[in-house]
Design a protein around this ligand. Structure first.
Ligand code: DUC
Ligand code: ZN
Ligand code: ZN
Length: 485
């Protein structure tokens, strides 16, 4: 049996176990696993290294206009290159619907941005801001059938917030067609009320962004989102959980057997609102939503990462430069509500999680693999990715677990002019990254051609016949009212 590539002598890691052995790759897939595999047109020596499933970045904003119309700094070339240097073999950025736009047009637009440029395999989560009747009845089901089986909705921002009724309509469509609803859960009115009070007091510096979006606004909205999903028996994925209260709600829902998933992000584990209070306008670099919190929150979120509350740790890479094209598009001393919302982190996500998670003893290596790749593949229906098993795509990241480097903006290989992780000393770095058996990064150099990445059609999200719905929707318990589905 001949192989195109054999990865030899590394410690192969899955969420369950690790062992020293060889991987035989043929035609882009893992064809064999064994203690020793001879031959191979190319042999990669991985002795002393960890051989992990390539990272899957499940939350990134690439070549995406914000609801205010501001384009991210990274396009699908720079964004995917940065992801590759960070140990990722594939990613799922967002494809955002503008009001009035059809979903078909959204997908065509993002295909035009991604296909000629991405060096990684990619899919999209849709962002739905305008769930008109034809979007619900035809356009979303058509997108799901194409393998775009997840979408994000917002409970905040006036231009994006769907309201509870809109959420129910869209959760019901997702349940019916096998898709997963991702939700940005913050209470819109609480935030607007806080904004009004801060504005009336003339408090507009970047640090007040953190004050304007209280932890309780996230907890309330997560609680409500879970209740709305329960009503229709739909799956739910809570993005960028930033509070202990929010994580507790997710943990409780999961313990109750509900199909509730969640992620947190490195910035909530690594940074605090004190970063928003840096001199001058430096704090603008740290404006993201939900906002950075405090050290007690960091501890609680690490505990939830360890105990299985989170499926994944994602970057929420939302790159806006520290200049007039990004953070200061509305002026150099813009008040915090007018400063672009988000920070970069697609290259730093996995080195941070490895160093501060595995090396620091907060999570195990198996948990790192689950949080960085395997769970995202399962939840988001990438059935050929996220595991080192025969038949799977040869999406593999080889890590040097002992190399220590200092994070710098230049090493992110993105189109940004800063990294919020600048100066951190991290141990454990990806040194060789493959996607479908092809080397995309090796020894600090990009080896991939622009546009080589392929679209990944994803499987439906299925929660099974036992998924709980409320008795009031069950004809056996609601006087026979046939109102669902
Ligand atoms: N939500 C995100 O997921 N990213 C950037 C801003 C936001 O509100
Ligand atoms: Zn969000
Ligand atoms: Zn985001």
């Amino acid at each position: 049996m001949e192989f195109d590539t054999v990865i030899h002598g590394g410690t192969i890691v899955t969420p369950q176990e690790s062992w020293v052995g060889d991987i035989g790759i043929r035609a882009g897939r893992i064809a064999a696993l064994a203690e020793r595999i001879p031959g191979g047109d190319r042999r990669i020596d991985a002795s002393g290294r960890l051989v992990l499933p390539g990272g899957i970045e499940a939350h990134a904003h690439i070549a995406q206009e914000s609801s205010a119309g501001l384009m991210t700094a990274d396009d699908y070339y720079s964004g995917s290159v940065s992801a590759a240097f960070g140990g990722n073999s594939s990613f799922i950025p967002f494809a955002a619907q503008q009001r009035g736009q059809s979903v078909d047009d959204v997908i065509a637009t993002y295909d035009g941005r991604a296909a000629p440029n991405s060096v990684l395999d990619y899919s999209y989560h849709l962002i739905i801001s305008d769930p008109r009747p034809e979007v619900l009845s035809d356009e979303l089901p058509r997108a799901f059938a194409r393998g775009i089986t997840s979408f994000k909705v917002f409970m905040t921002y006036d231009l994006m917030n769907l309201g509870d009724r809109g959420m129910l309509d869209i959760l019901a469509v997702a349940r019916q067609h096998g898709a997963l609803t991702m939700v940005h859960a913050e209470n819109n009115d609480m935030i607007k009320w806080m904004n009004a009070r801060l504005a009336a007091a003339g408090l507009t510096a970047p640090k007040y962004h953190a004050i304007s979006r209280p932890a309780i606004a996230e907890a309330e909205a997560i609680n409500r989102a879970i209740a709305l999903a329960r009503l229709v028996g739909a799956g739910l994925f809570i993005v960028h959980v930033s509070t202990p209260e929010g994580a507790e709600l997710v943990a409780r829902a999961r313990a109750d057997g509900l199909p509730v998933h969640a992620e947190t992000c490195p910035q909530y584990l690594a940074l605090t609102r004190a970063d928003l209070d840096r001199p001058g306008m430096e704090g603008a670099k740290y404006i993201c939503s939900p906002p950075l919190r405090d050290e007690a929150t960091q501890k609680a979120l690490w505990r939830h990462a360890r105990t299985g509350t989170f499926d994944s740790v994602s970057s929420d890479h939302a790159p806006y430069r520290f200049d007039e094209t990004g953070k200061f598009a509305k002026g150099a001393d813009a008040p915090y509500p007018a400063i672009a919302n988000g920070m970069p982190g697609i290259a730093a996500r996995l080195p941070y999680l490895f160093s501060e998670g595995v090396v620091a003893g907060r999570i195990t290596l198996g948990q790192f693999v689950a949080l960085s790749s395997t769970n995202a593949a399962r939840v988001f229906g990438m059935d050929r990715k996220g595991a080192i098993l025969p038949g799977m795509d040869a999406d593999i990241a080889i890590w040097d677990p002992e190399e220590t480097r200092t994070v710098t903006a230049a090493d992110q290989h993105d189109a940004m002019d800063y990294t919020p992780f600048e100066g951190m000393r991290l141990t454990g770095w990806p040194v060789h990254v493959l996607n479908r058996g092809e080397t995309i990064v090796e020894g600090g150099e990009l080896k991939a051609a622009r546009g080589r990445g392929q679209f990944v059609a994803r499987q439906p999200y299925r929660i099974g016949p036992q998924a709980p719905t409320v008795p009031e929707l069950d004809p056996a318990q609601n006087f026979g009212a046939d109102i669902w589905p």
